[in-house]
Design a protein around this ligand. Structure first.
Ligand code: XBP
Ligand code: MG
Length: 276
């Protein structure tokens, strides 16, 4: 049997709902400080989230903004400056404790610690942003909870490219099949599938309706087993277990073990086309 040997966490959307009230608000504040006239609405930001990576997202949008410089190099420089400022503002927002971890996250982290299961982080965002969020939510020694923390600086090819997961697996010294990832988005799902890491989808606000093709299981959050579906239609919970209990270490281990008995099923989900 293929035993679960590590749990790999995505950050934005999975550990916390950071996008709408964190990154988006910080981007808009950066536009304002730069004297730029446009702002990203909640809906527009949702469309732009199909592009992973804040700077890449910004560059994509700038290409269609009449006010932005027409020269490529000047646009790239503006994107870089705006992104730096956005990250500083974002760090202030999360350091102030304005964005909480999603329900069930801390409990599952505690389960893993109690069970001696190594945890890792694999994210498209920067180390500074992760540190700001987790220092505020877990404490100054947050990093000691993780066997490795792989961020944009370590893996510049953004999800759905599998790089961030292949680097995490290298550092963990594990094949993908021995780990389990928790993700919230289409790019995240695509990265896991391409890296051969079984993945559980905890749907976030901006990715509430995405297809779960390639995911081992998908559901609304770790705080409860209700609303979850398992690949192949297997029962989510085992007999004798309360249906409203949370998604805990034992349940994840069972799901992971069950999928390792199934024939290799994963197909790469179609990559959504960039927003117009
Ligand atoms: C989600 C992302 C990130 C954030 C913004 O990352 O795509 O780009 O939206 O962060 P995750 P940056 O892999 O954690 O879901 O501006 O630092 O890129
Ligand atoms: Mg995410």
């Amino acid at each position: 049997m293929n035993t679960l040997q590590a749990l790999i966490w995505d950050v934005d959307g999975t550990l916390a709902e950071t996008e709408r009230d964190g990154h988006r608000v910080a981007f808009n504040e950066a536009f304002e400080q730069f004297g730029l006239a446009w702002r990203w609405s909640e809906q527009r930001y949702g469309e732009l989230l199909r592009i992973a990576g804040g700077q890449e997202r910004l560059l994509h949008d700038l290409a269609g903004q009449p006010q932005a410089p027409s020269d490529d190099a000047a646009r790239a420089e503006l994107a870089s400056q705006l992104h730096r400022l956005k990250n500083a503002i974002y760090a202030e927002i999360v350091a102030a404790g304005r964005i909480a971890l999603r329900p069930g996250v801390v409990e599952l982290m505690d389960d893993c610690r109690a069970a001696g299961l190594p945890m890792a982080i694999a994210t498209t965002t920067s180390r500074g942003n992760v540190a700001a969020l987790l220092t505020a939510q877990i404490g100054a020694c947050w990093e000691s909870r993780f066997a490795c923390v792989v961020c944009a600086e370590d893996a510049p090819l953004k999800k759905p490219n599998p790089q961030v997961y292949t680097v995490a697996l290298q550092r963990l010294g594990l094949p993908g099949s021995a780990a389990l990832a928790i993700e919230d988005s289409s790019p995240g799902l695509g990265a896991c599938v391409a890296a051969g890491v079984p993945v559980v989808l905890t749907r976030s606000v901006y990715f509430a309706d995405i297809p779960d093709e390639g995911a081992l299981a998908s559901g609304p959050g770790l705080h409860s087993c209700s609303g979850w579906t398992l690949r192949g239609g297997a029962p989510v919970v085992t007999p004798g277990r309360a249906g409203d209990s949370r998604v805990d270490f034992e349940l994840l281990s069972r799901w992971h073990a069950a999928q390792s008995h199934q024939p290799a099923p994963l197909s790469v989900p179609a990559r959504p086309s960039p927003p117009g």
